[in-house]
Design a protein around this ligand. Sequence first.
Ligand code: SF4
Length: 688
Amino acid sequence: MRGWGRVPEMFTDVDTICPFCGVGCHLVLRVHDGKVVAVYPGADDINEGKLCIKGWSAHEFIHHPKRLTSPLMRDDRSREFRAVSWDEALAFIKNRLEKVLAEEGADAVNILGSAKCTNEDNYALQKFARAVIGTPHIDHCARLCHASTVTGLAAAFGSGAMTNSINELADAEVILVIGSNTTEQHPLVGRRILRAVQEHHATLIVADPRRIDLAGEAHCYLQHRPGTDTALINGLLQVIIAEGMEDRPFIRERTEGFDEFAASLADYTPARVAEITGVPADKIIEAAHRYGRAGSAAIVYAMGITQHVSGTDNVLALANLAMATGNLGKPSTGINPLRGQNNVQGACDMGVLPDVYPGYRPVGDPSVKAFFSTAWKTDRLPGGPGLSLCEMMDAVLAQRTKWMYIMGENPALSDPDSAHVRRALETVEFLVVQDIFETDTTAYAHVVLPAASYAEKDGTFTSTERRVQLVRRAVEPIGESRPEWQVIAELARMRGYKEMNWESVGALFDEIARVTPLYGGMSHDRLAGGGLQWPCPDRDHGGTPYLHKDKFARGKGRFIPVRYNPPPELPDKDYPMVLTTGRSLFQFHTGTMTRKSPTLQAQLDEAYVEIHPDDAAGSGIDDGQEVTVASRRGRIRLAARVTETVPEKTLFIPFHFAEAAANELTLRTLDPKSKIPELKVCAVRIEL
Ligand code: SF4
């Protein structure tokens, strides 16, 4: 990881991992006099000695004057926060918890973990929820980004994670990028894709409603209508199978359900798919030929696929595409979902989900429950699955949830239909939020606990390619802030539970390895050499660069037919345009960290709405003019950006900005299979 020459004596360099996206780039934090003063890229294979602009700015928020430095409690009379001691804050939290448990039971307690926090923080939190409180209601923001990946790929393959490794993209003959603005959302993977095309002559197919930068490099660009992914992918498959491009030996030996699946494609002729998607039939056929005839083809996707009520079906359609062409179980192929946040993969692995324990073992399986009862020495474990994130907000409004603990998340801004979320946060009887800054969500809290940033704690993050990597403490926690797992362990001790008395974060990780077979052979010592990709079942195992080599995790890969269903809210005469949302290269999620960075703020510090030039001309809108965008749920005011990136009748808004929050407009209708909300398509109008 080193390679940047001698470190001057006045500095200390600490190797760690980027706190932003799921690529998992290695950073070196340069420390002087107890402060992180600069960032450098780790000179190794993961990020090839490069960082994107967010990575280069990853030190700028650490010592920001707005960091939370002591616990805060809301004064009953003034409603203002006042600084209190840890003892007072934790005693108050514990007393309110006991009261709710006595009066309402564990079902009235909801807990949210965090894709920004370490595996150790998240493991501690879900253990606290299940073993100490006995509530099944634990979830985190994976529900908003890749819940459909976990559900879909687990059904098809038995494992819901990226099948292959980032560096394998270099040798793929064909790369299909669908629903991923890779160069902005996962820049160092975008760079790999560009290098594969420019230096290794890979063929690039891009499918995206927006004409993203990668579309300009693509050999074949499919600009489909938002929300028509299932139809488009089924259309590719229909051509591939009709023309005999499927991999018959692979299908015969490695999969099941093919005949029924193939029959389900009859309706998805290029002509009909062209009608649904708006992509010309000859383009669909061309893309099918390019993908279907490749010796190795990799699929890369992100939230353009997953954040739909049809999210699971979209993922299943991609799984069908890869299985039908034999593009699984070998290098430079596979299904590669790019996870949004630094540790969203790890938070899922740790079981911060309402239906699985660590390692994706179902909560409804009595033998699994018995295993964890024994391992955690508790008889409190809840029964079946708990509520998902969006369902928790409904439960609050229905007076079923009374006590909430939110670790490092900002649902007031990140969840769909913000007005609904605000009502829930205003309603809940007791809310604890643990974070590094005040956020839109801490504004509703009764107690706010100051957390340690990534630079102030040891632990692990798991990147999108299943690589578990060491995060190292570079400086002491700011003020009185503490690593989240220590605070949770303290609350567990206060309830008299003795099985969270870890003497170190390494000992905590050893417990994770003992109860999580995917991590079974890992330890902090072993991870010091650059990380290991799960599954890594024992100490002699070197990790797994690609999954499903000889057999799928579930045995045979399963073809599951999926049908195209239109999005739940389509344009009409009152709301004649489609809104789609996403991220910018220069900001990250709800901006709690990146909006403290002068470098990133200088690049982009206000919301905007992209509108096609013809639509802008039709409404008399100039570039830069302030406009209102309204949906049935809310309205926001922001600057128009007139651009051909979006097609006609489609608007795009990045979701980072509280002052013009895209989620004021979005729908909270859920995918019935994965409970992910429809964040990518809703009907809106634009007003002057
Ligand atoms: Fe960080 Fe992602 Fe940029 Fe890498 S690509 S530096 S992980 S934000």
